[in-house]
Design a protein around this ligand. Structure first.
Ligand code: ZN
Length: 240
């Protein structure tokens, strides 16, 4: 009797672990990978997406794992898989699902970047901070790959930026963009609900026909995440 109870418990535990691996890395396209970690949101494990890009000169990370215990495992997995170290990391707003583990990255000699506004907001909030700041939309060229940061205006947070990879037409939206799977706006503690739709429209206009739009959380395969975000914002407006 006791044995079967123990076996049952073990099976339940095995099932739980099988459902959410603490770090998932999936190929997006070419040299782009999306990685997902989990953290507690209102009592249940909730997924958070970030991305990395492999170049001849090393790996570029966009945002950090939300689950900080996965920062070093991520760096190890990248090194094992691609035989290249992470060289730079750009974070897209000050919340901990984008910035947790920045101090670990800095200790590893990885160059970390954010906007000056994210740095200031993060400092007020007590978040981990990037070492270097940019004061306006900035084009980076790393390992022969060009990518640009864009500040669309206040939305999910006052400082949220997106990152555009023009050659591969990948738009990394972060938490400014909601997944097609999302049924609500999520954490709106620092959001500007009035300006968010305006900022989304600006982004749609600026980045024509992206091949992929990566949201901060949940399913990232849908291309219509920007339109879906607009829809969710309209519903929330009408509900008021
Ligand atoms: Zn988020």
């Amino acid at each position: 009797m006791r044995f079967s109870l123990l076996l049952g418990t073990l099976l339940v535990l095995a099932k739980t672990f099988a459902q959410t691996s603490p770090l998932e890395i999936k190929k997006l396209s070419g040299n782009f990978y999306v990685y997902t970690t989990y953290n507690d949101f209102e009592g249940t494990p909730f997924p958070s997406n970030s991305m990395y890009l492999v170049t001849d000169s090393g790996v570029v990370m966009i945002d950090t794992p939300w689950d900080e215990s996965q920062t070093l495992p991520l760096l190890d997995s990248i090194e094992k898989r691609h035989h290249l170290p992470v060289k730079i990391c750009i974070v897209t707003h000050f919340h901990d699902d984008r910035t947790a583990g920045l101090n670990v990255l800095k200790k590893q000699g990885i160059k970390t970047y954010s906007s000056l506004l994210s740095f200031q907001k993060g400092k007020e909030d007590g978040s981990e901070l990037a070492e270097f700041q940019f004061t306006k939309d900035t084009t980076f060229t790393f390992g022969g790959v060009k990518f640009e940061t864009f500040y669309p205006g206040e939305g999910h947070t006052p400082d949220n930026i997106v990152v555009w990879f023009p050659k591969s037409k990948i738009l990394y939206g972060g938490c400014f963009v909601k997944s097609i799977e999302a049924k609500g706006l999520g954490n709106v503690a620092d959001a500007n609900i009035t300006n968010w739709p305006i900022a989304i429209k600006k982004t749609i206009k600026k980045f024509k026909s992206p091949r992929f739009v990566i949201p901060g959380h949940q399913n990232w395969l849908g291309k219509n995440a920007l339109m879906h975000t607009l829809y969710l914002l309209e519903i929330s407006y009408n509900e008021k």
